[in-house]
Design a protein around this ligand. Sequence first.
Ligand code: HEC
Length: 126
Amino acid sequence: MAKRPITLLWIAIAWLATAGAQETQLDAFTGLKMSGDWELVRNNCIACHSPRLITQQRGSEAQWLNMIRWMQAKQNLWEFDPLTEGKIIAYLAENYPPEASRRRAAIPPDLMPPNPFAPPTIQHDE
Ligand code: HEC
């Protein structure tokens, strides 16, 4: 009887430990999010450069397609069959979508210090 609360405690701890692990796992080698067709990206996209170039980039489907077209035109990236290309683009746009701007809002001009590089104001004596 006295053991039951302890058993329940262990179940609760185990549940909490797995609840946090629901986020998409990252592949240990490439850092790519392991969801959907991620292996197509691993197989086709890391031969020439670090996978970091991919995971640090963000884009819509059109933007990812543009990057692929640019690499095909300028960097010897091979052609994909349309099905494979569609899956690669869908994976990239879903897992590395455009983000809201990461920059902070500009400081209002009245809160800025005087500009030391401002051109001198010319005094007109009349
Ligand atoms: C045949 C070689 C090659 C392959 C394969 C390749 N790339 Fe690239 N990629 C390049 C080169 C070269 C650059 C320019 C690297 C640099 O600027 O240092 C580049 C740059 C990039 C960039 C940065 C673009 C930018 O605007 O800064 C991204 C993102 C990228 N590649 C994604 C991918 C993806 C996704 C794939 C798979 C579909 C892929 N690459 C496959 C050669 C390749």
